[in-house]
Design a protein around this ligand. Sequence first.
Ligand SMILES: C[S@@+](CC[C@H](N)C(=O)[O-])C[C@H]1O[C@@H](n2cnc3c(N)ncnc32)[C@H](O)[C@@H]1O
Length: 197
Amino acid sequence: MGKWFPSIYDMAMRPLEKTKFNKIRKTLVNQAIGRVLEIGSGTGMNFPHYKNATQVDAIEPNPLMDEQALKRMERSRIPIQTYLVKAEKLPFADNTFDSVVATLVFCTIPEPMKALQEIQRVSKPNAKILLFEHVRVDKALLGKTQDVLTPLWKKACDGCHLNRDTLELIKQSNLSVMEVDSYFNGIFLTIKCLNET
Ligand SMILES: C[S@@+](CC[C@H](N)C(=O)[O-])C[C@H]1O[C@@H](n2cnc3c(N)ncnc32)[C@H](O)[C@@H]1O
């Protein structure tokens, strides 16, 4: 894991703060209510956008990401607690959360199906699962380009798979997909799910 990645990532994200990209992030995060679990919170880019949550438990396995997140956590209006753990093994009891948020993270999680099972386990019945992810595009040339670039991209970008089909993985899980919106030629999706089990 590159030591430089958290700083570069934060620097790359900051110019997007006033763009459509950030509006999508903000609109999605705003929909999280009650006790919220955030998966792979990174440098805390979502922390300023929690307006309707009562409490956020944010998990992030990279301690270097966490250092940057602390500053945003201190400025937040709602209580946020961070945990240095992975999504594949969550330290929470069954049926704990009203909402789960994951942005730009399922591309990087080594075992995404295990993470989805854990999210489902710790979510209350009918909890909202809100994701904003980049995915493999369903167009021959662009999709193939993502496949070819992925091995190099993974090395440069902290394990990120450019070509991960996160929507398909969710459809194979026990979560129910309620709404999907596509942005930037289908490279980015917001995916809203319910834990109906
Ligand atoms: C591209 S960053 C996104 C950060 C943040 N969610 C955002 O929207 O800016 C991906 C994050 O996923 C985290 N990550 C990697 N493996 C993970 C895992 N197994 N469980 C949870 N998070 C993980 C990385 O450490 C990194 O902070």
